[in-house]
Design a protein around this ligand. Sequence first.
Ligand SMILES: Cc1cc2nc3c(=O)[nH]c(=O)nc-3n(C[C@H](O)[C@H](O)[C@H](O)COP(=O)(O)O)c2cc1C
Length: 183
Amino acid sequence: MKIIAFAGSNSEVSINRQLVAYAASLFENAEVEILDLNDYEMPIYKHERELNDGVPQLAKDFAEKFDSADLVLLSLAEHNGTYSTAFKNLFDWVSRIPGRSAWNEIPMFLMATASGPRGGQGVLETAVARFPWNGGNVVETFTLPFFGDHFDSEKQKISNAEKDAELKEKVQKVSQLEVLLSK
Ligand SMILES: Cc1cc2nc3c(=O)[nH]c(=O)nc-3n(C[C@H](O)[C@H](O)[C@H](O)COP(=O)(O)O)c2cc1C
């Protein structure tokens, strides 16, 4: 099974990247590729840019990479209750590639973390409500509140036993999805 994992953040020290990398490491017999949004930085979406220059090649490169996955793990950073600008810009450009839906029905395990008590619940709810309109097939979700207290950045794993057990249970559940069993 091929997993593409990435954070909805362009921070070099992204806590969401740390979480999604840990989550990806829990899948057995999987080939994992971790993407960095910084490799797909594009001008802000603008109607005239699209008219004049079309969709940037980087958006198409991202889509091709995305489509190589059997399962996508995405951990969203929450900025002012919603997607980070870096993620939204990529989402917007990918959604403009002619003839495709942005997420192309590939099973997605969505997560979010933040330093506060809601753990990015707001952006996660936004994505869960919106993604199906863009070919999103969200099969599972997970939030990690209080990242600083619940994640051991030295060991790169969740330190809160309850949240760690919850994530592992969800990883098991996703691994057993019929569509992934044959991969
Ligand atoms: C512009 C901005 C807005 C933010 N808004 C929120 C927010 O609405 N809710 C929240 O829990 N954290 C918020 N934060 C804190 C982020 O969740 C925190 O920076 C986190 O590290 C982002 O994840 P990342 O490290 O993966 O980029 C905000 C941070 C920034 C820079």
